[in-house]
Design a protein around this ligand. Sequence first.
Ligand SMILES: [Fe+2]
Ligand SMILES: [Fe+2]
Length: 132
Amino acid sequence: MALITWNEKQHGTKVGFADDEHKVLFDLLNKLYDEATSGADRAVIGGSLDALIAYVVDHFAHEEKEMEAKGYAGLAAHKVEHDALVGICAGLQTKFHAGDADVTEETGAMVKGWLDSHIPAFDMPYADALNS
Ligand SMILES: [Fe+2]
Ligand SMILES: [Fe+2]
């Protein structure tokens, strides 16, 4: 079963690129979660972990570029949130590849929880600015 399912009410931002990228991000997270919880090969899990994190970094950079272009006042606080998750992900990525950590159910739940909170609290509020 998918860990996280995109739906308009809970995740819709009214910003086209953001919704499109969030859906891809959810797909990458679900793929990683399925592999990690079904005993897939460690190399496969590592590849999916790297792909997810690379996509997250690109997505955050895209949002920040758009907020900057519109002179959005919430950019600085938003970037702090992004940087915090990237820091957590980078730590996990390093430990995973060193053989010191695994991707677990808790890892999936943490990222899902972050997205379920960040999208309504930080992404939805930029809609008016980014669509102006
Ligand atoms: Fe986002
Ligand atoms: Fe964001």
